[in-house]
Write a protein that binds this ligand. Sequence first.
Ligand code: 1AE
Length: 421
Amino acid sequence: MSAYCLATYRCFDEKADFAKKAAGIAVGLTVGSWTELPEAQKAQMEKHLGKVISVAVHEPENGQPTSERYADIQIAYPDVNFSRDIPALLVTVFGKLSMDGKIKLTDLSFSSEFLSVFPGPKFGLQGVRNLLGVHDRPLLMSIFKSVIGYEMAALREQFYLQAAGGVDLIKDDEILFENPLTPLEKRVETCMEAAAQASRETGQKLLYAANITGPTSMLADQAKKAIRAGANAILFNVLAYGFDALHELSSDPEIQVPIMAHPAMAGAFYPSPHYGISASVLLGKLMRMAGADLVLFPSPYGSVVMPREENLAIKHALLTSDLARDYLYDSTGSEVSLPSSFPVPSAGIHPGLVPLILRDFGSEVIVNAGGGIHGHPQGTIAGGKAFRQAIEASLKRIPLREHAKSHQELQIAIDTWGIKE
Ligand code: 1AE
């Protein structure tokens, strides 16, 4: 029996016949035309034909001027129509269709056969914890800030200060590309030297994610160069290159370090209710499937805000969703589980937001900050310490203000940024 991948769309239209629209999608994106085909050819083409699974129409509510008419439409696409890669799947289910009126791709599930070529993250949440030897608390990550135009010595100093504050991971800024002042290999060597110095003082292990950039054809070589120089993680701007580029890196046997996916450009895809691809598919399911060990995305609390329910949907997609719903046209079947990717809600995070982050994500989260660490009035080391104190307080369910009475760095952070409840 053939297997199918299942796409769910939300389609807006004031008067469309949504059942007809759904049938048009199922035929148009698969066999092209159906009713015109001679019977003999129909029998031959049946296995390639998309199927309308459901059409749920929502009429606008009376007297609600902002209420719109839409339908949630589910279509099953036969796996036999596309090759086993994410570009082929996306072009099938949302290629031309993405430009055809007010329509958003809200969910995707995959046959276990399709999913079988995607082993997912090599390390995943558990693997990252194992590398760091930290299993009993959320992790803390710091982002380099002010990197462009700086010499290596300044970068080393910034790295050391972040590490000495007690962070578990440090990532390059995503806008730091190959450049003559801090070229990749030299940067990695220098930063890993600073990491070793800080580790001797803090007793902590540390992962440094170096940004892998340049032409697509050179990415794997760049990653291997960074690894040879000592990088123990890499950062990758997935959406600028495409999910397949991430899949290539994650499935390369010579790349044995965690891959951190940056969401740069995601805002071009998910925020509209009418167009694009939902955040949970874009930054959740597809990232995990393509092999991201850690995934950054905006949080509901910081400077770049995403609605909380979308955030929780990303969390579910990264941590627990099965991804596969074997769709065999008339039965749902086996479940396939990939390793979890670490969720990293980011942007504008400061210590006063830590209780909210832990309320929504529990312990399986990486608290990540750039400005919220470097902007601490007592400096970057104090910034890291304030976050560790906020994490400790939140885990013990001690109110931050209470904990701050005996933790000066946290007190100063609260005085600077406040607490959001
Ligand atoms: C959603 C991505 C966040 C990011 O990459 C970044 O640099 C955040 O910086 P801060 O914490 O807002 O300063």
